[in-house]
Design a protein around this ligand. Structure first.
Ligand code: DO4
Ligand code: MG
Length: 283
C-alpha cells in the first residue's frame, strides 16, 4: 500500500493512496488529514482499507509532495561495504574511523534534516557553493511512528559534499546539512516487512543535458545491519513525538572523478517503492 501527500489543482494539500500507476484515491475526502495520523494508527493498512468509495484524481493533475510532515530526519552511514571503501579512499585522515564504525556494535547515525527543510519530488536538491565534490546518496528510508515502531519505507537522498567530509570528519555536519541537502518521497509504502524489503534493489541515474552521466544499482540486502538494530540505536535515550525518518546509508557511490553540476537531474528508484526525481541547484 503506497501513501503520499499531494497538492491538488486548487492548491489544497491532501493525503493520497496509489490505486494504480496513474490514479490516486483522495484519502482526505475520507477524513484523513495527515499521513502522520495514519502512521500513528495501530493498524494503518486496515484503517485505509476501511475507507470506501473515495474520489480519485489523476496523478498527472496533481503535484506530489514530500511525505515528511513533522518527523525529524536522521541518517545512518557506512552500512554498505561500498560506502566504507569509498570513504576510506576519500580521506587518509579519517580512513580508520570508517573502518572501525563498519565493524563496531554502534552504527554511525547522524542528524540530517529538520522536517521543514526536506525537499519533495521535482524540487531542487542542493550542492554547496563552497564545495567542489558533490554526490547524491540514494538511501532506503525507514519511517517510524512516535512509538518508535517501523511503519513504512520511503526513498531518501542524503546529498553530500565529499571534499568537505573527506577533509576532516569533524566537518561532517557541514558536508551533510545545508539547504536542499535532503530529499524524501514521494511514497511511503506501508504493510511491508524487512524480509520483503531486502529483496528490492536501489539505483540512481544522473542526467546532464538529457544524457546519462552516471547510473548504478545495488541490492537493499547489502545493508549490513538489520533495520531493528539501526532503529534501536536511533531511538536510545530519545523520543520522537511526531515520529522520525531514518535514511539507511548508501551503497551506490560514483567513481572519484564524478561530481554533480547545476541542472543535473537525479533519479533514485527503489524497486518496491517507485522513483524520487530532483533537479540540482547550487545553494
Ligand atoms: O560518515 C559519512 C557518511 C556516511 C553516509 O552518509 C553513508 O554511508 O551513506
Ligand atoms: Mg549517506
Amino acid at each position: 500500500m503506497k501513501l503520499c501527500r499531494f497538492k491538488n489543482q486548487f492548491g489544497e494539500i491532501r493525503v493520497g493512496l496509489a490505486v494504480d500507476e496513474t490514479t490516486l484515491a483522495d484519502l482526505t475526502s475520507g477524513g484523513v488529514r495527515t499521513i502522520t495520523e495514519l502512521l500513528e494508527d495501530t493498524d494503518c493498512v486496515a484503517r485505509v482499507e476501511a475507507l470506501a468509495n473515495l474520489p480519485t484524481v489523476q496523478l498527472a493533475e496533481v503535484a506530489l509532495l514530500t511525505p515528511v510532515e513533522r518527523q525529524e530526519v536522521w541518517a545512518a552511514g557506512v552500512t554498505y561495504l561500498r560506502s566504507k571503501t569509498a570513504r576510506m579512499e576519500e580521506s587518509d585522515f579519517s580512513a580508520s574511523a570508517y573502518d572501525l564504525v563498519y565493524e563496531a556494535d554502534r552504527p554511525e547515525i547522524f542528524f540530517k534534516s529538520l522536517p521543514e527543510k526536506v525537499v519533495g519530488p521535482n524540487e531542487p536538491v542542493g550542492i554547496r557553493a563552497d564545495a567542489k565534490w558533490n554526490v547524491p546518496e540514494p538511501e532506503l528510508t525507514l519511517v517510524v511512528n512516535s512509538a518508535k515502531k517501523l511503519v513504512g519505507v520511503s526513498i531518501g537522498n542524503d546529498m553530500s559534499s565529499r571534499d568537505i567530509e573527506g577533509e576532516n570528519l569533524l566537518y561532517l555536519p557541514q558536508a551533510k546539512v545545508y539547504d536542499g541537502a535532503c530529499a524524501v518521497g514521494p511514497w511511503i509504502v506501508v504493510g511491508v516487512h524487512e524480509e520483503e524489503i531486502r529483496q528490492w534493489t536501489i539505483g540512481v541515474q544522473i542526467l546532464r543535458n538529457d544524457q546519462v552521466v552516471f547510473s548504478g544499482e545495488t541490492d537493499i540486502n547489502n545493508i549490513k545491519r538489520r533495520f531493528d538494530e539501526l532503529l534501536d540505536y536511533l531511538s536510545r535515550s530519545q523520543s520522537f513525538p511526531h515520529g522520525a525518518m531514518l535514511l539507511t546509508g548508501t551503497g551506490v557511490v560514483p567513481d572519484e572523478d564524478f561530481t554533480l553540476a547545476a541542472r543535473d537531474v537525479v533519479s533514485i528508484t527503489i524497486s518496491g517503492i517507485g522513483t524520487l526525481e530532483n533537479p540540482v541547484l547550487v545553494v
